[in-house]
Design a protein around this ligand. Structure first.
Ligand code: UGB
Length: 598
């Protein structure tokens, strides 16, 4: 105590918390009164932040850490006593009657939703130096992920408000969870691009803080080896989003304003908004409190499975079980073959893609009980089998999809399965790791992420009646991918299938080597034969017909090696760049009726 200097009452309180929770080692190397006072103050500032940013404060963090570390030491299985079964949910098939109905319902509901993007991760696996939301979703137009997300939300907002009465027009809120690693760059990206058309008041950034690292099984906090007045910290995981939303007061505000849904999504899934309207429709129709978006999953595939877990004591929950836990759990509970494909050719446990739709009222109620705290886990790397010492410090972590773990069994927790080609193509892996992915498994790289956009758009237009030529196979950055026609459109051109279908008529065909970028809202494709590149941009009051035969040398794809540092990083991680040889480019800035033909 004598070493602490003259402390404010708040600092004394913090010191007490530490001392009462087994953290006296933090002060052991402190010199006497009057020495390093500035550093000591900085220490307390950090402790105050660690204490205030964790639900229940540091005392609670240390208590939970001790419990989880003890469980980990004895190898306790978190699913002990639980039996897995297949939960009930909705399987949607793109373009069929039910899908179209769900999309329409989703558009009605969109104005009652708030969107939450978790973007605090730096994406170490991708190895990209910038923030992931600034990466181009595709390089035909160069639109970055954040711009695409914002434009998709604005397009939904507009369609949804059109259906609603004039008095109840609404701006859909967008929350972005950032971290110290991403905050300033995310803000800068928004500010330097006028929020990509969103009102700045519509967007809220919530910054997550890191949590204290732990040195041993007694949950002694780890000091920075280079600074005895600083605690080592690491990210706590995307589960922080719930406590941040709870403490922000936004949930209350949204309920007051009549909102009903909160949609959570990750930073680099360029296909996600293809799945949002229909799955929101499912949430509304089935009155789900929790709806997890999922894709068909091959048995044992390295992606978590949505599973119903029922405990011998009567508890039950529908939750994501990581693939490496699902198979052993099944084997241990009367399914000797473990996770196997059923008659559909897929595992009956759908694959979690970690996009969640929560019903706002029940969500707020639940968070009032938990203060947004999510069940955590710890993953220490032990020095040896005695499990008494760690190779390096560890910390507690939490995941946003673990939210349903604390819900009562009466909660309506379901899922919506959609085709992978339509809904899921994250950009997570660097080229080198992606090239090592066994054949047939998804690369989840910048290359596959961009190719997935072209494939999805081509398949959607095929379904709408356009003859889009079949793809060719190509190896880019060591990954074999299908290269479809490079077709892109702005979200305002078409967010749901029935709207897209209305914009396509007659006999249309697009060759594989073609590029088509539609940047205007009122552009119809009619009797188009495209073999080359065409780019159409137009103001909303211009009605444009894109048709006739358009043939030019187009854009070719040049391969680029990811190691070639003369090429910008966001391009070379894809393994190709476009050589814009020739294109038909038209821009309409005046109201009226126009036609784009060669
Ligand atoms: N994120 C944060 O905002 N803060 C953090 O502290 C950490 C991450 P990753 P992960 O889609 O296949 C998830 O690193 O966690 C953001 C699911 O847990 O890309 O390995 C980050 O910015 C997993 O069940 O993924 O795996 C990003 O937007 C599976 O569904 C998001 O959180 C997997 O995604 C995800 O972070 C998947």
């Amino acid at each position: 105590q004598s070493n602490l200097g003259v402390l404010s009452p708040d600092q004394i309180e913090l010191a007490k918390i530490l001392l009462e929770n087994g953290q006296s080692h933090l002060f052991q190397q402190w010199p006497g009164l009057g020495v390093d006072d500035k550093e000591k103050l900085a220490f307390f500032e950090q402790i105050a932040l660690l204490n205030s940013s964790y639900p229940g404060g540091l005392a609670s963090y240390i208590k939970t850490a001790k419990e989880l570390l003890a469980d980990s030491k004895v190898g306790k299985n978190p699913y002990d006593g639980f039996s897995p079964s297949v939960p009930s949910g909705e399987n949607l098939t793109f373009g069929d009657e039910n899908f179209i109905e769900m999309e329409k319902r989703g558009v009605v509901e969109a104005r009652n939703a708030a969107f939450v993007l978790v973007a605090g991760g730096l994406g170490e696996r991708l190895g990209y130096n910038g923030i992931k939301v600034a990466l181009p979703r595709e390089t035909t137009t160069g639109t970055c992920f954040l711009q695409h997300y914002i434009e998709s939300i604005l397009a939904l907002q507009e369609s949804s408000n059109k259906i609603a009465s004039d008095e109840s027009q609404r701006d859909i809120p967008l929350i972005i969870m950032t971290s110290d690693d991403t905050h300033s760059r995310t803000l800068e990206l928004l500010e330097s691009n006028s929020y990509f058309g969103m009102k700045p008041t519509q967007v809220h950034l919530l910054k997550q803080e890191k949590v204290a690292c732990l040195d041993d099984n007694d949950a002694r906090l780890a000091l920075d080896p280079k600074n005895k007045y600083r605690i080592q910290t690491k990210p706590h995981g995307h589960g922080d989003v719930h406590s941040l939303l709870y403490s922000s007061g936004l949930l209350h505000k949204w309920l007051e304003a009549g909102l009903k849904w909160v949609l959570f999504f990750q930073d680099t899934n360029g296909l996600l908004f293809n799945a949002i309207p229909a799955s929101l429709g499912v949430s509304a129709t089935k009155q789900y409190h929790v709806n997890s978006l999922a894709v068909p999953r091959k048995a044992k595939e390295a992606i978590g499975g949505i599973t119903k877990l029922t405990h011998a004591d009567g508890r039950s929950m529908v939750i994501n079980v990581e693939y490496n836990q699902l198979d052993p759990l099944l084997r241990a509970t009367g399914f000797p073959d473990g996770d196997v494909n059923c008659e559909t050719g897929f595992s009956p446990f759908p694959g979690n893609i970690n996009q969640l739709i929560l019903e706002l009222g029940s969500y707020k109620e639940e968070l009032q009980k938990t203060e947004g705290a999510i069940k955590e886990f710890v993953n220490p790397k032990y020095k040896d089998s005695t499990k008494t010492a760690f190779k390096s410090s560890t910390r507690l972590e939490c995941m946003m999809q673990d939210y349903p773990k604390t819900l009562p069994p009466t909660a309506r927790v379901g899922f919506t399965v959609m085709d992978i080609w339509l809904a899921y193509a994250p950009v997570k892996n660097n080229p080198e790791d992606a090239a090592k992915v066994p054949k047939g498994n998804p690369y989840h790289s910048a290359t596959s992420g961009e190719m997935a956009i072209y494939r999805a758009n081509s398949l959607i237009l095929q379904k709408a009646g356009v003859k889009v030529e079949e793809p060719v196979k190509q190896v880019l950055n060591g990954q074999e991918v299908e290269v479809w026609s490079r077709i892109t459109w702005k979200p305002k051109w078409g967010m749901i299938f029935s709207d897209i279908k209305k914009k396509v008529s007659g006999n249309c065909e697009v060759s594989q080597r073609s590029t088509m970028a539609i940047k205007g809202r009122n552009v119809v494709i009619e009797d188009l034969s495209l073999d080359g590149a065409v780019i159409v941009d137009s103001i909303d009051d211009a009605e444009v017909k894109l048709g006739g035969s358009i043939k030019n040398n187009g854009w070719t794809m040049e391969t680029v090696d990811y190691k070639d540092t003369s090429v910008p990083e966001e391009i070379r991680i894809r393994g190709f760049r476009f050589n814009k040889v020739e294109q038909l480019e038209k821009k309409f800035t005046q109201p009226g009726k126009f036609s784009v033909e060669d």
